[in-house]
Design a protein around this ligand. Structure first.
Ligand code: ZN
Ligand code: ZN
Length: 147
């Protein structure tokens, strides 16, 4: 940007005020949550108003995300418990048919093995969940805009 600061002659501007649109140097601009504003009373008031709107919007988005996370968690738990219930007898069956003839041992190891499988899977699903929720949060924030 080749403009000079609206308030300081000969000083290069580094950005424009989001409120009045004039170019300013770094000393004259203050950083709002999403935009830069100059130090005029009017533009500072606008910054406070915009930041208030942004905070309120972010609060609503966060509430929505935690609601989605709760719903996701309960579906995940249902899925994993269901998987465990299916996998445990399968593991017990496989264990007692190949690995050992001790049915008691096969039962314990089968049930535990299926549990370990489910817990491992849970770690992966949680990684996926975090990525998805972060992406969704960014989407929601840009969808909602600010004004
Ligand atoms: Zn301004
Ligand atoms: Zn300046």
């Amino acid at each position: 940007m080749k403009d000079t600061c609206d308030r300081h002659e000969g000083v290069n501007a580094v950005g424009t005020c989001h409120s009045c649109g004039k170019p300013f140097c770094a000393d004259c601009l203050s950083e709002g949550l999403e935009d830069l504003y100059c130090s005029s009373a009017e533009c500072q008031a606008r910054m406070a108003r915009d930041d208030g709107i942004i905070e309120e919007r972010n609060g609503r988005v966060d509430a929505e995300i935690s609601e989605m996370t709760r719903a996701f968690d309960s579906r995940m738990i249902n899925f994993l418990v269901g998987l465990w219930i299916v996998a445990a007898p399968l593991f017990v069956y496989l264990g007692s048919n190949g690995w050992t003839t001790n049915v008691g041992l096969a039962s314990v190891m089968g049930v535990l093995g299926a549990l370990v499988l489910c817990l491992q899977l849970r770690t992966f699903i949680n990684m996926y969940k975090r990525r998805t929720m972060n992406r969704r949060r960014v989407e929601l924030i840009s969808e909602r805009g600010k004004h």
